[in-house]
Ligand binder design. Structure first.
Ligand code: ATP
Ligand code: MG
Length: 326
């Protein structure tokens, strides 16, 4: 299916007292209706920055953002308005974005109010959404502090859905929830996707959640995508040594899998002065001289897979590898 959202070579840098932080160093992304793309990587690699830049909440310093084929990268406030509804965002803790003095019904319905809807119509639509996220219509009159974390995140979903977006950028949407509630919210998100065809960019540092929900996976390191591909394939056979180390650290239920090991020991380099060559070479057990001087481009490895590595693990059974000493 034709992608609804495409991002080309997107760059974001933040000016700071210590110099420019290159948070996004040229990222490509395509998101089609009804699909979920998982975005993973260590803290500080640029995941939220990508989400915020796509939402046009922060300015990008290079590259393009296209919605339905229209370049929205530099549209002003007014020109951007028709596209605002198409992409919505969900955060880790919706409490932070819900007004504590406003009933949740009012918070959910606010975008409709802005769009000129009135009383009864708003109440009807809010009720419809509450039902969709598995809450009783009476929840509309409750206040955020009266709800559990899981219920609040259901409100977060309802609010993200109210304008019938094509894409929802979900930034760690279940990371603050208990494991059992997490599963319920994830399943709800999947149901809603099947009913509405909404696409998710699902940001998480929890690989097991992403493995469950994402059709495709993007692995990010220091502001760049270093590996991408169908989730199952990447999960079964990571090609980038960084992905391998991330997956090795992910706790899994299967005791046969040699996981739960922390291979990512070396320090994450500063995005103010990223290493020359391959950004991962300072922590990579497979790095050779070439990796220190020449940055590997993200390129195809067959089966819709891409990896930015001079010595990818495509031909190696990762589960049989000895733990690299990072
Ligand atoms: N407003 C800002 N000003 C300066 N630097 C920033 C700003 N926001 C983020 N950064 C820096 O940009 C880089 C990417 O940050 P970002 O929040 O996108 O990472 P992340 O992958 O979402 O991390 P986490 O998993 O912790 O949420 C980090 O080095 C961060 O310190
Ligand atoms: Mg973040």
């Amino acid at each position: 299916m034709k992608p609804f959202l495409t991002v080309e070579n997107l760059q974001v840098s933040y000016p700071t007292r210590d110099g420019r932080v290159f948070a996004l160093a040229g990222v490509d992304l395509a998101l089609s209706p009804g699909e979920t793309v998982g975005l993973v990587g260590e803290s500080g690699c640029g995941k939220s920055t990508l989400g915020k830049a796509v939402m046009r909440l922060i300015p990008s310093t290079g590259g393009r953002i296209n919605i339905n084929g229209n370049d929205i990268t530099h549209l002003g406030r007014k020109a951007l308005l028709p596209y605002r509804a198409d992409i919505q965002m969900m955060f880790q803790d919706p409490q932070g974005s819900l007004n504590p003095r406003q009933s949740v019904g009012k918070s959910i319905g606010r975008p409709l109010e802005v769009a000129g809807w009135t009383g009864a119509a708003i109440r009807w639509r809010v009720g419809e959404l509450l039902e969709m996220v598995g809450l009783p219509a009476a929840a509309a009159s409750r206040y955020p502090h009266e709800l559990s974390g899981g219920q609040r995140q259901r409100i977060g979903i309802a609010r993200a859905l109210i304008l019938e977006p094509k894409v929802i950028i979900c930034d760690e949407p279940v990371s603050a929830l208990d494991v059992s509630v997490r599963a319920q919210v994830i399943n709800l998100m999947r149901d809603i996707q099947q009913r509405t065809g909404v696409a998710y960019l699902f940001i998480s540092h929890d690989l097991s959640v992403v493995e469950y929900i994402a059709d495709r996976l993007l692995v990010m390191y220091l502001g760049r995508i270093v590996e991408s591909g169908p989730t199952r394939q990447v999960w079964a056979k990571p090609a980038h040594p960084y992905t391998f180390a991330l997956l090795a650290a992910a706790p899994v239920a299967d005791p046969r899998a040699a996981r739960g090991r922390n291979l990512l020991t070396g320090e994450l380099p500063s995005p103010i002065s990223p290493p020359p060559g391959c950004p991962f070479h300072t922590r990579c057990p497979r790095a050779g001289e070439r990796c220190r001087v020449e940055r590997p481009p993200l390129r195809g490895g067959g089966d819709q897979r891409q990896v930015a590595c001079h010595f990818p693990l495509f031909d190696v059974d990762a589960t049989q590898l000895p733990p690299p000493a990072l």
